[in-house]
Design a protein around this ligand. Structure first.
Ligand SMILES: [Fe+2]
Ligand SMILES: [Fe+2]
Length: 355
């Protein structure tokens, strides 16, 4: 059945995340691997507007059904990023516009020339470029759908599952649009098939791999789609791609993951660097800071109690010393009195009476 773009536009909405019980993440925090993966996923979701920039300079912008889709696609992906960021913030990880800005600034010169390259290449190719765009979108959305499914499986967390299943439902609509468009466009043009096959085989890479460091992509692919359970998804996505006209036996996901050292196509272990992960360092740092804050608070309370005890002890010591001094003064006064009385008595005695 053809994708109903009007129904999609009318039903497009930001993913609901206001009713998630975020306190559950305090009681049951996500694993550090899951947080590192969510960071990556959020970066990709938040980068959608930049992908859109590069696509609007291609022949895709001439098709109003595609631009209607892209309008709502970008909107929904934006909210996916916001929803994931809120989960990250609940774990003390900075996840705000400052972070998104840093991700964009880190792209360097390639980011500046990317829309120019894309515009020249796509406009030289013409209408058949749209088939490449739609096939590319389809495999990315299938990947996103599998990634969220695996995240739900890996982290046994009801509130995370509630949120991610809603995100996943929107990814399902995205992949339905891309796949239906790709199928139609590839079916009517052998040139589009050849071009798409060539482009996918030579340029497609795992979602996020163009904007994230290589070790982060390796880590996330391994966490989500490595091992036997992940391998099922890898084969499933490749099988979906096989169904598109002219795309049989490409094994795109298997081969691309293999280049990152993940899955059955891997020729080496994934290059997963455990250092130089700013957010993880910040995460650990923020927890250390939190612990240090608690410790400082406890130390302050102890010091205050000690001060009060010392003050009280000093006060009572001062009081006792004052009392002792008074007693000594009185004793001295009495002694002087006695001495004076004795002297007077001695003076009154007859001479020679002493001794
Ligand atoms: Fe998304
Ligand atoms: Fe999507």
């Amino acid at each position: 059945m053809a994708f109903n773009i009007r129904a999609f536009a009318e039903n497009s909405a930001r993913v609901r995340f206001d009713d998630v019980n975020y306190d559950a993440f305090v009681e049951q925090p996500l694993s550090s691997d899951a947080l590192r993966t969510l960071r990556y996923m959020s970066d990709v979701e938040s980068h959608t507007i930049c992908y859109l920039r590069d696509l609007l300079v291609t022949p895709s912008h001439k098709d109003p059904e595609i631009t209607a889709f892209l309008t709502h696609w970008a909107y929904e992906e934006f909210w996916h990023g916001e929803a994931l960021d809120k989960v990250l913030r609940m774990h003390g990880i900075p996840a705000d516009y400052g972070h998104i800005r840093n991700v964009r600034l880190a792209q360097g010169p390639r980011d500046r020339i990317s829309p120019i390259n894309q515009a020249v290449m796509a406009n030289v190719i013409g209408e058949d470029f749209v088939a490449v765009h739609m096939s590319w979108g389809a495999i990315n959305e299938w990947s996103a759908h599998s990634a969220y499914a695996r995240m739900v499986e890996r982290e046994d967390h009801p509130e995370l599952a509630k949120l991610l299943r809603r995100v996943q439902a929107q990814e399902s609509r995205h992949l339905a649009f891309y796949a239906s468009q790709a199928k139609e466009r590839l079916a009517r043009s052998v040139r589009a098939q050849k071009l798409t096959r060539w482009a996918m085989r030579n340029f497609w890479g795992p979602v996020g791999s163009t904007i994230e460091p290589r070790h982060e992509t390796s880590f996330v692919l391994d966490y989500l789609l490595g091992g036997p359970k992940g391998g099922v998804h890898v084969e499933r996505i490749d099988a979906k791609m096989d169904e598109l006209p002219g795309m049989a036996n490409l094994h795109l996901v298997r081969n691309a993951f293999g280049r990152f050292g993940v899955g059955p196509g891997a020729t080496s272990a994934p290059r997963i660097r455990l250092h130089a992960l700013p957010d993880q360092v910040r995460l650990v740092g923020s927890r250390v800071q939190l612990e240090a804050g608690h410790a400082a608070g406890r130390a302050g309370q102890a010091a205050e109690a000690a001060r009060q005890r010392a003050g009280a002890a000093a006060g009572s010591a001062r009081q006792r010393a004052g009392q002792a001094a008074d007693t000594a003064r009185q004793a001295a006064g009495q002694a002087a009195e006695v001495a004076r009385g004795a002297a007077e008595a001695r003076d009154e005695l007859p001479a020679g009476a002493t001794g």
